[in-house]
Structures are given as C-alpha cells and as structure tokens.
Design a protein around this ligand. Structure first.
Ligand SMILES: [Zn+2]
Length: 115
C-alpha cells in the first residue's frame, strides 16, 4: 500500500510505503503544540517527491530529530531521525496523509515529557 502526502500549500509532497495501524501521540513540549500523530517507518519507505528546497529544519533538546516543515505554509508533515542502532527512520505525521482514515488507527500515548 502506498500513501501520498503533502504540506498544506502543496510545495512539499511525498509518498510512503506501508499501512499505518498504530500512531504515536507524544506529550513532549513540541509534539503537544503541534498535535502530531506520528507513524514511524524505515527511511527507505519514505520518498520525498517535491520540495526539498522548501523545507526548514527545526532541532531542539538533544537535536536527534530533524523536524521538517514547509517554509510557506508551516505544515510539518514529517521528521527524520534514527533508531538507537543508527537505522534511519522517518516519522510521518499521518494528519498529512489525506487518504488515511485516522478513526481506524490505534493511538499510542508516549510520555516524551519525561525523557
Ligand atoms: Zn506548504
């Protein structure tokens, strides 16, 4: 299964391979403010189609996660990070995948605030 995603203005677009079943909602200072529902996938399942030059990167805390958002509309559709062993991952904001029925997803509460 493939899903198409984009920021709001459409300058940034991407596709992801796979089917989300469970997403993370995290209570850290950043995720709370943005209201993310994140789906973690190996980076190889994520393909940026357009907008590389339209993205701004935000780093905070230990700076392990590169939060990418569109310079024009501010939408953050994904972030890049790594698993502890170094495998690259993408954290996809499923709110930016219009064809995903989010009412079917299992929500996992993550206590990022205490990390
Ligand atoms: Zn945009």
């Amino acid at each position: 299964m493939q899903h198409q995603g984009s920021c709001h203005c459409g300058k940034v677009s991407f596709e992801v391979e796979g089917e989300p079943t469970e997403v993370n909602e995290c209570n850290c200072s950043y995720c709370s403010r943005k209201g993310f529902q994140l789906w973690f996938i190996p980076r190889g399942q994520f393909k940026l189609k357009t907008g590389e030059g339209e993205l701004t990167t935000y780093l905070f805390n230990r700076k392990h996660i590169a939060h990418k958002f569109c310079k024009t509309c501010g939408t953050q559709a994904f972030a890049y990070g790594e698993y502890p062993k170094g495998n690259p991952i993408a954290a996809v904001n499923v709110r930016c995948l219009p064809d995903v029925d989010r009412s079917k997803l299992k929500i996992k509460q993550v206590d990022g605030k205490s990390f």
